[in-house]
Write a protein that binds this ligand. Structure first.
Ligand code: FES
Length: 368
């Protein structure tokens, strides 16, 4: 349990589209500083946020058209990460270059690929069309979490914790006592939980107007390494699919460092989509639930990090999905070569000598 595999070859939620504009945005991802900004034509780009001269953050520089001018000694870095000018001299150092990360902007989300650009396949991302489907509305946000990524993955893959951590909102005894079916395929772990004839938890009573008994479905999909989508349906007991109230919660679980995580979320619903008061209530409740998780995961992180004598965990049936998720991350990390986190422009090369041939990005992907 003390391992913390950080997988480089994967799409991570880097930012929401409305966070990135013509102001330079720094965000640390997998212990690397990233500078996001939008070009004049609206395209988003992300560069390693270290000036190739003396590592000053480019995000503290200024945008001149699509070029960043470093605010320390004036290196000018274009949107491909190449130095195209230096204030103090007419010629440009030929090795002055920073990594440009492959990006994919889709449905209001900017996904970033931190590993080998040649493996940045858009097909690895889940369907997010519901984020822009006019039949859905959503609330969203980013919660900082001082715990390692894998603890959040296991939290979401074992929702029996709702019974104990969230009893005043989304949890009740039915969650912990109802078993799940778990399936795995490729880099994905999924589970389903179907609760029949249960009491509606307080959050759903308030946001759906449901009275007990209800049936409740929780279908979770972990798209390793960084995305979890929970499909939720509640309906009066006996109601046939697809009737009822549908919600989805997507979590973008993006390691900031080995022991801190960006916990992005989007919560959507397909009913009462014009009800702003309901949206405000759901956002407040979602943040309250996530804070309960943060409080738990951060003390768990302290316990994990402070372990000097390795402890043997015990596990129960409800841990199946979480354990599969953890092992999947470990397998993905083992598949990577040491170079996967430092490919292309990051690879050290002599000051003199030929520049590397740029790696073509897969279709639909910007950068790389
Ligand atoms: Fe950027 Fe010197 S550190 S120009």
């Amino acid at each position: 349990m003390t391992t913390s595999p950080l997988v480089s070859n994967g799409w991570y939620l880097g930012a929401f589209s409305d966070e990135v504009g013509r102001t330079l945005l720094q965000r640390w991802i997998l212990s690397r500083p990233v500078c996001f900004y939008r070009l004049r034509d609206g395209t988003v780009t992300a560069l390693e946020d270290r000036c190739p001269h003396r590592r000053f953050p480019l995000s503290l520089g200024r945008l001149d058209g699509d070029v960043i001018e470093c605010n320390y000694h004036g290196y000018r870095i274009d949107d491909r990460g190449s130095c195209v000018g230096v204030a103090e001299q007419p010629d440009v150092p030929r090795n002055a270059k920073v990594h440009r990360f492959p990006l994919l902007e889709r449905d209001g989300v900017i996904w970033i690929w931190t590993g080998d650009p040649e493996q940045a396949d858009p097909a690895l991302l889940p369907d997010t069309s519901w984020l822009t489907d006019p039949g859905w509305t959503h609330v969203k946000g980013l919660v900082p979490l001082k715990s390692r990524h894998v603890l959040l993955v296991e939290n979401l893959l074992d929702l029996t914790h709702e019974t104990f951590l969230h009893p005043t909102s989304i949890g009740n005894a039915a969650v912990a006592r109802t078993p799940i079916d778990v399936t795995s395929e490729g880099d994905r772990v999924s589970f389903t939980r179907h609760m029949v004839g249960i009491e509606a938890p307080p959050f759903y009573q308030r946001s759906m107007g449901l009275t007990s008994p209800v049936d409740r479905w929780q279908d979770g999909d972990f798209h390793a390494p960084g995305v979890f989508v929970l499909n939720i349906r509640l309906a009066p007991t006996g109601t046939e699919e697809p009737e009822g109230y549908h919600m989805k919660v997507m979590y973008g679980m993006t390691p900031e460092t080995g022991t801190t995580t960006h916990d992005f979320f989007v919560l959507g619903r397909d009913y009462l989509t014009d009800d702003a008061e309901l949206s405000a209530f759901q956002l407040q409740q979602q943040l309250a639930v996530m804070q309960e998780d943060v409080d738990a995961l951060e003390v768990q992180e302290v316990m994990v990090a402070s372990e000097t004598v390795p402890m043997t965990e015990s596990s129960i049936r409800s841990d199946v999905a979480g354990i599969r998720g953890r092992r999947l991350l470990e397998r993905m990390r083992k598949r990577e070569t040491p170079a996967d986190g430092a490919r292309s422009a990051d690879r050290p090369r002599p000051v003199s000598g030929p520049a590397p041939t740029p790696t073509p990005a897969p279709a639909g992907v910007v950068g790389g």
